[in-house]
Every structure is written in C-alpha cells, then in structure tokens.
Write a protein that binds this ligand. Structure first.
Ligand code: E4P
Length: 217
C-alpha cells in the first residue's frame, strides 16, 4: 500500500518527505484555502518535494472549463495528477486526459457504482471518501471492499485511493480491504508509528542500558 499525505502544508510535507516514506500528495480547494497560498505556487513547491503524484483539483464544473484548468495545472510539473469531480463532465474530462497520457484522480466518490464509472473512464486513481461516509453513520470501509471486488472482477487498473481518512484504524482497515493507496492527514500519518507499549519498552531498555555504563562505538 502506498502512502500519500493529504495536505497543502509545505512544512508538513517536507518533514514527511524527509523520512523517505512519502509516495505522493493530495490537495483539494479546502486544503489550498487552509494553506493560505496561491494554488500555482504551492503546487509547484509541493511537486518539488516528492517524485510521486501530486493531485491538484480543477474547480470548473463543465468539460471545457475542466480541460482548460487541467492544461494549466499539468504545466506546473510532470508529477501533477489532475483531480476531477465524480460528475459526467468530470468523467468525460478524465477519459480525455488519461488518453492524452495524464495521471487522473477522480474525487468525491461515495458509491461503488460511481467507482465503476471512474474505472471505465480510465481514472488512474479513484478516491472513495471513507470518513465522510462514517460521519453519516454509513460504513466507509464497505465501500472500499465493494470497489476492490468490482475492480478485481474485471481487471480494472484504476488504483483505489482511500481518502477522507480520520484514524489509524481507517488506514489499517483500508490496507486489509486491499486499497492500493491511502491519503492520510499528517497527524494521522505520524500516529501510525505510535504504540504505548513501544514507548514503555523503550523506556525500560534505555534505563537498563544506562546501568551497564556502556556506549556503542
Ligand atoms: C482526498 O483527496 C481529499 O482531499 C480528502 O481526503 C478529503 O478529506 P476530508 O473529508 O477530511 O475533507
């Protein structure tokens, strides 16, 4: 499973990229707003921090507008992945952009039928929003499982990008369900490494080590 980070905060991305564990970035209009930065400038900077795909979202609602915005975004860097909404115009743009050799991420997916349509449009990634479904009392993980089954049934190459991740368990359960990628908020990504027994064990080892009076090297 690949790990993307879901943020437009350059400092957070740089810190995670330095670990060597980051394989891509996703942004959206709300995350651009939160960053307080210009979309072109911040996306260019992010693209320089990772070799992986950086999803940048179009905001036009019609096909022609989406294609115009996609052309602008694609010029930022080779690793820009064009993010498109799950609408008929978004899927039409997805088909055209994928055919022209661009990476595409179809976003705001809330049903398996929508994911099937995105695969038929040749999307590189489909983004099912787990957290927003859970927020409504609907099991977001069932959606990942259903999409995995459908894609495997027909051999679709579209990668399942688990999105709207809120918890460590969302990441774990997405991995069990066979998602190809998880896009994770920075705080949740850092929390993945944490366990109280690791901290407790480390504390005990360090205390005993100090008593030996030894040093390595
Ligand atoms: C995915 O690409 C989206 O940017 C993101 O995961 C949405 O998450 P949210 O529901 O926490 O806004």
């Amino acid at each position: 499973m690949k790990f993307f980070v879901d943020t437009a905060d350059v400092a957070e991305i740089r810190e995670l990229a330095d670990t060597g564990l980051l394989e891509g970035v996703t942004t959206n209009p709300s995350l651009i707003l939160k960053s307080g930065r210009d979309i072109m400038e911040v996306t260019k900077e992010i693209c320089g921090l990772t070799d992986g795909p950086v999803s940048a979202e179009v905001t036009a609602m019609d096909y022609d507008g989406m294609m115009k915005e996609a052309a602008v975004l694609a010029k930022i860097a080779d690793n820009v992945c064009i993010k498109l909404p799950l609408t008929m115009d978004g899927l039409k743009a997805c088909k055209a952009l994928t055919s022209a050799g661009h990476q595409t991420n179809v976003t705001l997916c809330f049903s398996a039928a929508q994911a099937l349509m995105a695969a038929k449009a040749g999307a590189t990634y489909i983004s099912p929003f787990i957290g927003r479904l859970d927020d409504m009392g609907i099991d977001g993980m069932e959606l990942i499982e259903d999409i995995r089954t459908i894609y495997d049934n027909y051999g679709y190459d579209t990668q399942i990008l688990a999105a709207s991740i809120r918890t460590v368990n969302h990441v774990k359960d997405s991995a069990i369900a066979g998602a190809d990628v998880a896009t994770i908020p920075p705080s949740t990504l850092k929390a993945l490494v944490k366990h109280p027994l690791t901290d407790k064990g480390l504390e005990a080892f360090l205390a005993d080590w100090a008593k030996t009076g030894q040093q390595i090297g």
